[in-house]
Design a protein. Structure first.
Length: 152
């Protein structure tokens, strides 16, 4: 089983969107028994809150089921629990590495790395651009799934 943790700052916009999109893509490929997918925050600001309405609205618009979720914070033990810890921007990567106490097994990556890009996925909490974020998340998740399937 491949275990994936998507991580962003608050766990109500980008990481929950990525969790829902990746879960959808995995189900479309009839691979749900081979994956465990979750999401978390690097901060404590939104702990216990559900997905942002902008994320919910964009996923519904695209016909992607929203995974029932309440924001949680990434913990040091998540590093051992998951095979891949996927952040959305450089600040996420720095904070994830700090929380994990390093990245000796090279499990921490930015999502868009898998599509050959070094750019960040902008936080729609600040930009208001949930459509742009969705496009980037979809691009990253499709490329990440392709990468993972090439190893199966």
């Amino acid at each position: 089983m491949i275990k994936i943790l998507f991580v962003c700052h608050g766990n109500i916009c980008r990481s929950t969107m990525a969790e829902s999109v990746m879960t959808y893509l995995v189900k479309q490929n009839k691979l749900e028994n081979q994956f465990q997918i979750a999401s978390a925050a690097t901060s404590r600001e939104e702990i216990g809150n559900g997905p942002h309405y902008g994320t919910v609205n964009k996923l519904r618009e695209k016909g992607i089921p929203v995974i029932p979720h309440r924001a949680v914070q990434m913990t040091k033990s998540d590093y051992d629990k998951y095979d891949y810890l996927i952040g959305m921007d450089d600040a996420n990567i720095r904070n994830m590495t700090r929380i994990a106490g390093g990245d000796p097994q090279h499990k921490i990556h930015k999502l868009l790395e898998y599509s050959g890009s070094s750019r960040a996925i902008a936080d729609p909490w600040y930009t208001g651009e949930f459509g742009v974020t969705y496009d980037d998340v979809l691009e990253g998740c499709e490329a990440f799934l392709h990468y993972l399937l090439s190893d199966l």
